[in-house]
Design a protein around this ligand. Structure first.
Ligand code: SF4
Length: 739
């Protein structure tokens, strides 16, 4: 197979042109220029003066762009050879039930996988996909199909993907990685205030007297946002951090509380108990703009600091100090991340933060508000565009007959009114034989979803799988058809960042070989299945999306220009709303929703005595598909390390850099140890990006009952030292197989 080899000589600098576009990684949505030479090769990235970054970039934005020109880029459609059935993983890595002997290398071995596919024309590949998906729809019904879209795609791509799944295939089984990220936060926000988006932008922290930074690590995961937090701290904002693992921003905090895993509800309930008991709550705001205060007051009454101290590990005096500083502040912002949301009680955790903001009257003014820091560059926009199973674009319920009628009229089809399955539910349904066909555009669930052994079984059990991506991912190893797609820097489209700012990404290079624009692929598949989508270009798709999604009213490509605008945007000449809900909430009065402390499903015992926390690190991104193919980023951080507290390490006989085995009730991985006091005794931290130490071999598939988000933060494990150097063989008595 031909691969795209970008072996171009560097161009003279005066031949390089600057193209204004965006960073493709996190939800901060930094504006940048790519310097592109005459051969279409990106020579550099430099920050431009965007509303969210003021010219700043982190290491990923500055150096992480060369993945688009990686030699492994797919350039032609691929079809699985007959000899590669029955369907299953094609590489030694993906077949293993554990890390087993560690195989170095962070990306799919094409020599191992490619022989199982043959190149095909687009005509043949699209015909095969249309027949595969259409055949299942006609034989087993639309709900035997599902689609995973991508938060890395544009709003236009997200809109068309959900339209394809709903209007062409006829099911609401469409979701994306928001389900692994902030689905619980969004559930709590819509329930509590009637809107899932942030109320205030990150840079509003410069107006805040206090900022609570809960369960997030912005210096690693939202680095440019973190620079504004540090700047605010230097100018006098008191930062209060709460986290199981010490975040870098703690260096700038007035107070850092290292709570026990899963203790957030106890901590925030105790803070609210103190605030109410000491009369620091905002009675005027509560009376005028909220409902349910009495129920909240009753629920938190028994979470006194003395009761909360053993539950949270935070001394009562520190809980009181936290509550007083927050309660006395004239303005306070609330930022949170995966440490809050990625739990089976993630919705309850978010409910507490929302209640705390309402209790102290901190919504609707500059320097206040709720800000769940969005992960992917377009996870906000993808959700806004309806890439979720229960809502059409603009968070309009699929179960509302009036909404259904409107979309039926617009799209000219009959639509299903039953909310669809979420990401992890789709995996479970595939195992049960209820989902038979899957369209996966730009996601890699084999590595990103919990309990990899179950995901492997689920992917292998499908009747038909089509994967549309830049590379052969671990998920694509299971595919019947692989469609070569376009990278961020090869497409035009809008992206909505964590601040609700809608900005245009612009192409700076051509897709390699025969790789195509993702929306063209969707359009051509729809055509084959009897739906004629006559969009002239991306802006026509955006206009239709705006027509369906009221929050995006007044936005057009022309008005977005180079700088973008915030939504909602009340008029054609408005910059958009920086602060929401000054007067009224979308549901009228906001609701206090009390929460009780929950119990995680996978708790330590004698066999698995430690708690594993999983998450991200600065230099990498999600399943590493992009960053591990970026030369600079991979060179800076080539390997996973499990973080171990020095006291635990001493007890277990583990030294810095020593190979270890982490085993959970579902599998095990081998990884080198890094000794640090950032993690508490009894806990470990493993980044999620490294397939050779795949965190999701270990994690549990249990879900939050509301947001349907998996438990990625509490997983009972044991840690065992391996003989140095790595023997590739676990010690006697340690099983590789999932128990
Ligand atoms: S902070 Fe996020 S958007 Fe900005 S450069 Fe870094 S990864 Fe890109």
């Amino acid at each position: 197979m031909k691969t795209f080899n970008e072996a171009h000589p560097p161009a003279a600098l005066n031949k390089v042109r600057d193209v204004p576009t965006l960073c493709p990684y996190c939800g901060v949505g930094c504006a940048l220029h790519y310097g592109v030479d005459e051969a279409g090769v990106i020579q550099y990235a430099r920050g431009r003066n965007g509303a969210s970054n003021a010219g700043r970039l982190c290491v990923k934005g500055r150096y992480g762009f060369d993945y688009a020109g990686h030699p492994q880029r797919l350039t032609r459609p691929l079809i699985r050879r007959d000899s590669a059935y029955p369907r299953g993983p094609l590489s030694g890595f993906s077949r293993q039930n554990s890390s087993g002997p560690r195989k170095p290398g962070g990306i799919v071995d094409y020599d191992e996988v490619l022989p199982h596919f043959r190149e095909a024309s687009w005509e043949e590949a699209l015909d095969r996909v249309a027949a595969g998906l259409g055949g299942i729809r006609d034989t087993h019904g639309p709900d035997a199909l599902a689609g995973f879209g991508s938060a890395k795609g544009s709003n236009e791509e997200a809109y068309l993907f959900q339209k394809f799944i709903r209007a062409v295939l006829g099911t609401n089984n469409v979701d994306h990685c928001t389900r692994l990220c902030h689905a619980s936060s969004v559930y709590a926000l819509i329930e509590g205030i009637g809107s899932g988006a942030v109320t205030n932008v990150v840079r509003d922290i410069e107006n805040a007297e206090v900022a609570v930074i809960a369960g997030c690590n912005p210096t690693a995961n939202h680095p440019v946002a973190a620079t504004f937090m540090k700047q605010a701290a230097s100018a006098g904002t008191d930062l209060l951090a709460v986290n199981v693992r010490r975040p870098g921003i703690a260096d700038y905090c007035r107070q850092y509380c290292q709570i026990k895993p899963g203790a957030d509800v106890a901590f925030y309930n105790a803070v609210m108990q103190v605030i109410i008991a000491e009369g620091l709550h905002d009675r005027t705001f509560i009376d005028a703009r909220t409902g349910g205060f009495e129920a909240l007051q009753a629920a938190v009454a028994h979470y006194t600091p003395a009761v909360a101290e053993p539950l949270t590990g935070i001394p009562a005096s520190e809980i009181i100090a936290f509550a007083r500083r927050l309660g006395q502040a004239r303005s306070a912002m609330f930022f949170w991340g995966m440490g809050i949301s990625q739990h089976v009680f993630g919705t309850d955790n978010a409910r507490c933060l929302i209640a705390l903001a309402l209790l102290t009257g901190n919504i609707g003014r500059p320097g206040t508000g709720l800000h769940p820091l969005r992960g992917q560059n377009n996870v906000q926009g993808a959700s806004d565009a309806g890439l979720i199973p229960m809502y059409y674009p603009g968070y309009q319920s699929v179960a509302d007959p009036e909404v259904q009628r409107r979309f039926e009229a617009l799209w000219g089809v009959d639509l299903p009114n039953k909310p669809g399955l979420t990401t992890a539910e789709i995996t479970h349904a595939a195992l049960d034989g209820d989902i038979r066909g899957l369209y996966c555009m730009g996601e890699n669930p084999f590595l990103s979803d919990p309990d990899m052994n179950r995901v492997r079984e689920a992917l292998a059990s499908l009747d038909f799988l089509v994967v549309q991506d830049l590379f052969i991912t671990e998920t694509a190893e299971f595919a019947d058809v692989i469609l070569p797609a376009s990278a961020f820097m090869e497409k035009r489209g809008t992206f909505t960042n964590t601040d609700r700012r809608v900005q245009i990404g612009r192409p700076v290079r051509e897709p390699p070989g025969e790789a195509r624009q993702d929306w063209h692929i969707l359009r051509d598949l729809a055509q084959r299945l009897g739906h004629d989508w006559g969009y002239a270009d991306e802006s026509a798709v955006f206009d239709e999306f705006v027509e369906t999604a009221p929050p995006y009213a007044n936005l057009t490509y022309e008005r977005l220009g180079e700088q973008g605008r915030w939504y909602p945007c009340p008029s054609a000449d408005s910059e958009g709303e920086r602060v929401l809900f000054s007067e009224v909430f979308p549901i009228g009065r906001a609701r206090f929703v009390p929460a009780e402390l929950g119990v995680a499903p996978d708790l330590p015992d004698d066999d698995y005595p430690l708690v594993l926390n999983t998450g991200r690190q600065l230099e990498h991104w999600h399943t590493g598909v992009m960053t591990r193919r970026s030369r600079a980023l991979d060179a800076i951080a080539p390997e996973a390390r499990v973080e171990v507290h020095p006291d635990d390490a001493a007890r277990l006989g583990i030294s810095e850099g020593q190979w270890t085995q982490i085993a959970s009730r579902r599998g095990d991985v081998q990884v080198q140890a890094h000794l640090t006091r950032d993690v508490a005794t009894g806990t470990l931290f493993l980044p999620m990006h490294f397939r050779e130490a795949a965190a999701n071999l270990l994690t549990s598939p249990e879900l939050d009952p509301f947001g349907k988000i998996p438990e990625f933060k509490i997983c009972a494990v044991r840690l065992v030292p391996l003989s140095p150097p790595s023997t590739q063989t676990p010690p006697a008595g340690v099983s590789h197989a999932a128990s």
